[in-house]
Design a protein around this ligand. Structure first.
Ligand code: MG
Length: 254
């Protein structure tokens, strides 16, 4: 866990988060039918390096036989998470999830957004609103006096009350000097259970939502996770710290 009482640690976590937020804004600006996910990856990597950081996901996890080969995850439509950028061309009506991590002065920031490419269906718009709402519901519980299960339960209730599905296979996580640290931040759970939340904790809340099923599978590239029924998916994530008892979102521009 990061010691945010060390001013240099707090400053680095905030800056890592800010770089991630800048990349998300940059990618959103460039989204249009005709752009490839590899072009988005190049834009992201260039910005991260220009800011003196390195992409957290490139080569992750180290010492693995199949480390992630790009700087961002780019997941289209039925792809839920961990899509590998490539020559896929975005089309009008697609949903594109970009997940971005930056490592700056020893600390990570990590966030994801699902964006619409051009005009999308009303169902797709509702999916985006519910997934973003689930993230906001989790953040609202991220305060002293609450427990981790309050965060998880708020995310779950927001998703399931709207008739959408979540997966039990992927979750949020603590973050700091390591991209993934304890505690695991599940997208389902029981209010009033789990560890008590304390000032100085930093973690990623990341609801992943599916329209038609809770089942997922991994493609033969060993990374891309898709909905088992091919239905649309969305994913929103922010890096959050509990500061003086209340949530501060590191991965949004002020
Ligand atoms: Mg994450």
């Amino acid at each position: 866990m990061v010691n945010l009482k060390r001013p240099e640690a707090l400053a680095a976590m905030r800056e890592a988060g800010k770089i991630v937020a800048e990349v998300l804004a940059l990618l959103e600006e460039h989204l249009r039918p005709g752009i490839t996910t590899a072009e988005l990856d190049r834009l992201a990597e260039d910005w991260i390096r220009r800011r003196g950081a390195t992409p957290s996901f490139l080569g992750y996890p180290p010492d693995s036989p199949r480390p992630f080969p790009a700087s961002i995850c780019a997941s289209v439509n039925e792809e839920l998470v961990h899509g590998i950028p490539g020559d896929r061309v975005l089309e009008e009506g697609d949903l594109i999830t970009v997940d971005v991590g930056a490592f700056y002065h020893g600390y990570h920031g990590d966030a994801a957004r699902t964006y619409a490419v051009g005009a999308i269906s009303q169902d797709a718009r509702r999916l985006l609103a519910v997934t973003k709402g689930a993230l906001e519901a989790g953040i609202a519980q991220s305060r002293v006096g609450k427990r981790l299960g309050d965060v998880s339960s708020a995310v779950q209730r927001h998703i399931e009350s709207q008739g959408f599905y979540l997966t039990h296979h992927y979750s949020g996580h603590g973050i700091g000097a390591n991209l993934h640290e304890a505690p695991q931040v599940l997208n389902y759970g029981h209010a009033g259970h789990g560890i008590p939340l304390q000032s100085g904790m930093t973690f990623c809340i990341e609801p992943m939502v599916l329209v038609g099923t809770s089942r997922t599978r991994v493609l033969s590239d060993h990374w891309t996770v898709v909905s088992a029924d091919g239905s649309l998916t969305a994913h929103f994530e922010d890096t959050v710290a509990i500061m003086d008892g209340t949530p501060e979102i590191f991965t949004r521009l002020k």
